[in-house]
Structure formats: C-alpha cells, structure tokens
Design a protein around this ligand. Structure first.
Ligand SMILES: Cc1ncc(COP(=O)(O)O)c(C=O)c1O
Length: 443
C-alpha cells in the first residue's frame, strides 16, 4: 500500500573515486584495527564486480579467486540475489525478531532441510560468523553443564572475544586474558601436522587433551572440516568421526564451523561435514550464505537449542528479512545452476593446474584442495618444510599483476589460498593457468 512520503527532496551522496582520496580518507579516519589488515603493498580498490570478475577503479579486470573472503559465493551482482535484496529492501528493510515475518522463517525451514535427516533442526540468525561461534560456545556450555571446550590448533573462528578464544593461531589472538576453559589439540594436517600423515595419532592426542587438559567432562569441540585461514587444511577422513565419539563420551557436543567450507564450496555436499558421515549437534554458518550481505546462523538440534528457551539472547539485526532474502536466493541459485557440481568440476581443473606447477617449481611444498578451496604452500626446504614467507609475499604481488585476486594465508603466511566464487567457469581455467604460470616464472 503506497503512502505519500515526507522525503520528497533530491540529493546525491558524493563519492570521490580518485585513488589518492580513497587511500587518504581511509588512512585518516579508519581506526588502526580496521586499517591494519592490508594484503598488497599498493592498495587495491574495487569499483564493481560481475559473476567471478572484479574491476578496480582504473578499469583493470581481475579473475576473483578469493570471493571477498569467501562471502560472494554465487558471484557478484548475481541477478537473483540482487533482485531478492532490492524487492525486500523496498518493502521493509528490517523486522526485528520481536515481530513476525515470513522470509526468515522460510530460510530457517530451508536451512533445516539441508541438515542430516532424522534430527529436528532449528535455526538462530545473526550477522557474523564470530557472533555465531560465540552462541555455539554458550549453547555447548549451557546444554551440557560442562565448561571445557576443545578446539584445533591452526583454526580460525573469528575476532570476537569468544571466537578469538577458540582460535588456534597466535597471529589472530590478542595479548589479553581470553576466555578460560579452552584447550587446543593438534590438527591432523597431513602435510605439516606434528605426526605427519594418518589419523590415529591425532585422535590419541585428543584423548590426551581430554585426559590431561580438562576435568574429563567436556562442553564441546569446534572443528572446521577444511581449515580456512589456517591455510586450507582438509581434515582427513576418520578424524571428525573419531573426535565426535570421544567428545560425546566426555559429555560434550560436536560443533562444526562451516563458515568458510560450507555452501557447496567443497564441491561434494552443501556442508563440508557431510563427506565425513557425521551428524553434528551444532553447525555454524556465515559468509557465503549471504553472498556479501551480512548473514550468519547457528543451526542446532532442537534439544540443544531449547536450553536457551528461558533466557534472553537477542541480536538486533538477527533474522533481518533483506539478508534472509539474499540467503534464500543463494540456496535457490546453488540448486538451479547446480553450482556444487560446478565447484567440483572447475575445482578439479584448477587443482590440476596447480599440481602441474608443483612438478615444475621446487619451492612448492604442497598443493591441496577440496572443490573451490585450494592452496599452494611454499617452503624453502622440502625436508624441514621451512615456510617461504617472503617468497609468498612476492608471488602474491605477482598474481595481482597478472590479473588474479587471491590471498596469503596459513599460520606462516606462506600459503596461497584460491577460493573463487562458485560460478567460475571452465573457460576461466586457461586464464588462471596463464596468470599463475607467469607469476611463478617471474618469481
Ligand atoms: C572458519 C571461520 N569461522 C568463523 C569466522 C568468523 O566470521 P566473521 O568474520 O563473519 O565474524 C571466519 C572468518 O573468516 C572463519 O573463516
């Protein structure tokens, strides 16, 4: 129903797109905490994107291999997501959860349907992955009545106080007293892990962590099925199921962090835990579900989530209908365009390109990946696996010059992380191959 608006005057918001002005304004007005994280030597300014491509303010085109930190899952300016967002923002931009709206409820139903059958799943929406991790922490402790939480070394779960406390990389932890009651256990990293390949020794470590580092009673354990900021470390088959058994035997719940690896990115299932044949108690999702619109959720078994029925736990922007409309359009796009299959197909072709490089360049210690989550790890020495951090910094600059946007990651910043939007096409593989080959040649 149209009602005459009082806002009948016209104005424009000016934007100064000159490089110098953008850089200076940011330097002057962003706080250090927001200013500090800059990957390239020279600032990279993006003006627009379409599908898997980005353009900077000077009109240079890039093949995006980062998806804005794995958020833009189904591509830039995806027409279905854009339309869903436009339609909803024009009708009602927010409806706080004190009131009722159909769109978030539809998305909750659709997300619950993606979870393993046979359980009763419920959803709590919020805005960021770290918020969702915090809620998972609270749920695990409230539901079990236990305090001790286990997390994997080399994990990243976010920047809030709680999420940072379960993050197992020093570079992401601030030097303050973080949350107590968190124990880290070695990650079964098949390349760099303390026991090398295999699963059993790492499960034995987990037994020891529970035995020596906790009261014997555990609230829960967090696992990213493919560690993201840790440098794309896929958790091997058998570990997650073994860990779940041990955590449950100690009274805990099993929490899967699908913030990076979820939404079909691994090219097999919508959730990366599915290939491990496990049923988690709590699943944390964010990033790709909103395709760049802030949206996150904790999906939990009803019995676990019911623990909080009598306590106030409110996110002002939780279940925002615009973000949830984007989330619905993302799920529908994945299905309609079979983007999970696409992730598998194009991911295998890109991985082959990277594996061929490994035969040519001695500096490459490892190439690994699942679907559209790939990594090239540089080392100075194959025996000691000493990280080639400076070489990675140089390679990274070269990939930009050759038209790729990727990221440096891993605890030693020696890993090139390649995670393009799920709509990347087979036709892009040749461009990628040429760009990455030229970058290694120049290195
Ligand atoms: C695996 C994982 N979990 C949680 C988070 C935190 O998400 P956010 O940055 O949206 O708070 C991230 C962010 O990169 C992540 O990679």
């Amino acid at each position: 129903m149209q009602h005459p608006s009082i806002y009948d005057r016209e104005f424009e918001l000016d934007v100064d797109w000159t490089t110098e002005a953008i850089v200076n304004r940011r330097e002057r007005f962003y706080s250090a905490s927001q200013r500090a994280f800059v990957p390239y030597k020279e600032p990279l300014i993006f003006k627009h994107g379409q599908d898997q491509y980005l353009w900077d303010e000077k009109g240079n085109k890039y093949l995006d291999c980062l998806s804005q930190n794995l958020t833009c899952s189904v591509g830039y300016n995806n027409p279905h997501v854009t339309q869903a967002v436009r339609d909803q923002v024009a009708k009602l931009q927010h409806c706080t959860t004190m009131f009722f709206h159909p769109i978030p409820a539809h998305l909750a139903e659709e997300l619950a349907a993606t979870m393993p059958a046979g359980e009763d799943w419920v959803v709590h929406f919020m805005n960021s992955g770290a918020e969702a991790i915090d809620m998972a922490l609270l749920l695990a402790r409230s539901y079990t009545g236990n305090n001790d939480i286990i997390s994997l070394a080399n994990s990243y779960h976010g920047a809030t106080f709680g999420a940072q406390s379960v993050t197992g990389i020093s570079g992401f932890r601030h030097n303050v007293m973080l949350m107590p009651g968190i124990q880290f256990t070695p990650v079964p990293d098949q390349y760099r892990g303390i026991h090398g390949e295999g699963v059993q020794s790492y499960l034995d470590d987990l037994d020891r962590t529970i035995h020596y580092g906790t009261s014997g009673k555990v609230a829960g354990m967090f696992i990213e099925p493919v560690q993201g900021y840790g440098g794309i470390v896929p958790i091997p088959e058998g570990y997650i199921s073994g860990a779940f058994e041990r955590v449950r035997a100690a009274g805990g719940v099993c929490i899967v962090d699908e913030v990076q690896a979820g939404i079909g990115r691994t090219g097999d299932h919508i959730w990366s835990f599915a290939r491990h044949n496990v049923v988690p108690d709590i699943v944390v999702i964010a990033k790709g579900i909103g395709n760049g619109i802030p949206l996150a959720a904790v999906i939990a078994r009803r019995e676990v989530a019911e623990t909080m029925a009598t306590k106030f736990y409110f996110h002002t922007y939780g279940a925002n209908p615009v973000a949830c409309a984007a989330g619905r359009a993302v799920l529908k796009t994945l299905e309609t365009y079979q983007l999970i299959d696409n992730a598998k197909k194009v991911g295998s072709a890109l991985l082959e390109v990277l594996q061929n490089l490994k035969d040519k360049y001695d500096i490459i210690g490892d190439v690994r990946g699942r679907g559209l989550m790939m990594a090239v790890e540089l080392v100075k020495n194959h025996e000691t696996k000493e990280p080639a951090t400076e070489e990675m910094a140089r390679l990274f600059e070269l990939t930009r010059q050759n038209g790729l946007v990727a990221s440096k990651s891993g605890a030693y910043r020696n890993v090139l992380r390649i995670c393009p939007p799920l709509c990347i096409q087979m036709e892009d593989v040749a461009f990628f191959e040429n760009a990455i080959n030229k970058s290694f040649e120049a290195l």
